[in-house]
Design a protein around this ligand. Sequence first.
Ligand code: FMN
Length: 123
Amino acid sequence: MNGPCVFNDDMPKILDTILESDMIVFATPIYYFGFSAQIKSAIDRFYSRNGKIQNKHLKLVFIATAWNHDEQVMSGIEKHIDILIDYLNLDNQGMLLAKGYGYTGASTEKQYMEEAYHLGQSI
Ligand SMILES: Cc1cc2nc3c(=O)[nH]c(=O)nc-3n(C[C@H](O)[C@H](O)[C@H](O)COP(=O)(O)O)c2cc1C
């Protein structure tokens, strides 16, 4: 699929910007063990440009946050993002899977800020 999209809203402009870029960052809270509906809606709109995105070989960084910190909380989205990376021919630059964000101030207390910093530096 290589466009144009049948929906005439702002998304085609965003898709054009993505196709002019070297890299994309997906960042989402975990909602019911998966992507939030908001980011999923945006990713669904990739459909009209699948071929171009696949040919572009975009770099990807993936960031997800979850309230819980148990083993399984990221297992669904990890599987999903792996398949998406493969399907869209993305170049995985790193992932930050941040668990235990169930209280105010967690972002300043946890090791993930430092991980995010190092991930940013590594690109
Ligand atoms: C609709 C909804 C579903 C959620 N589902 C999960 C979930 O399955 N597992 C989890 O650990 N946290 C879940 N959360 C919590 C969010 O992941 C958590 O609040 C978020 O990662 C932290 O970002 P925030 O500061 O924007 O809330 C959910 C939150 C909402 C609003």
